[in-house]
Design a protein around this ligand. Structure first.
Ligand SMILES: [Fe+2]
Length: 277
């Protein structure tokens, strides 16, 4: 009998299967089971003209909380250890209304020196939570929603203007109303779930935009970038961009949507230090 006709042993058969299917199998195990549960802190420093002093912010986005998962407990612990001045959350808390109580309990555990600010994303519309009193529920936990409005924040020896809009792609953004009371000379930070909000904000002074929505694409190929990003992402994937007069930071988000996978695109807690030029 030639070696080609000899029956394979169990180990040889397993080896034959592992060579072609092993790497995709390992990538799947990692992409579905490991990376989505492994949040990373991205430290970002931004200098803005006329910003009064120094500010440390935690920026979270696209939580997509489904249950009291290990990842969210890690996110809360990592965020609290950084002792931020403010926490900014740019939308997409949950996908189903029944998941909201768990989400509210988890984000109520976030610690900060001053306040949490929130703006809605597309899922606040699709889940029905925004129409069902989300803003009031957040307010009762001390979380301020900036729904097409802004406020002047006294900071160190000066002030800055913090403004938020409804989701720029699927929501009802009203940029004119949001910026209506913008003081002429104050450094301005915009919270916008969809990064495309930066384009309409160019009518006003807008020094920095904090956004999410893209999830960073969830799967990244080195040298290529995100495999795909959701509608409303525009040209943005993740990280820091310059758009005309504004800097734009796009957070990769915490959760996943549609397919629960992340490869080379871990969940992100942004720890941003903002200071004046
Ligand atoms: Fe979104």
């Amino acid at each position: 009998m030639s070696i080609l006709n000899k029956p394979l042993t169990r180990r040889q058969a397993l080896a034959c299967l592992t060579i072609p299917f092993g790497p995709p199998l390992l990538a799947s195990i990692y992409g579905f089971g490991v990376e989505p549960r492994t949040p990373e802190v991205e430290r970002v420093a931004v200098s803005l003209e006329n910003f009064p002093g120094k500010l440390n912010v935690i920026h979270l986005s696209d939580l997509h909380i489904q249950k009291d998962s290990l990842i969210m407990r890690r996110v809360v612990a990592l965020s609290n250890a950084l002792e931020p001045d403010f926490v900014f959350i740019t939308g997409d808390l949950v996908e189903k209304p029944e998941e909201l109580p768990v989400c509210l309990r988890l984000i109520s555990q976030l610690k900060y020196k001053h306040r949490i600010y929130f703006v809605p994303g597309n899922w606040e519309h699709w889940s029905g939570t925004l129409a069902d009193g989300l803003i009031t529920k957040l307010e009762s936990r001390g979380i301020r929603t900036l729904y097409n409005e802004g406020e002047v924040i006294k900071w160190m020896r000066g002030e800055f203007f913090l403004v938020g809009i409804d989701d720029a792609y699927y929501g009802n953004p009203d940029i004119q109303n949001a910026f209506k009371y913008q003081p002429n000379d104050l450094c301005t930070i915009l919270l916008s779930h969809a990064p495309m909000g930066v384009f309409s904000a160019q009518l006003f002074r807008c020094d920095l935009v904090l956004a999410g929505h893209t999830h960073g694409g969830q799967v990244n190929i080195p040298g290529f970038g995100a495999v795909t990003t959701p509608p409303g992402s525009g040209p943005f994937e993740q990280g820091l961009y310059d758009v005309k007069r504004s800097k734009v930071y796009v957070n990769r988000g915490i959760g996943t949507s549609v397919v629960p996978i992340r490869i080379m695109c871990p969940p992100e807690i942004t720890y941003m230090t903002i200071k004046g030029v």
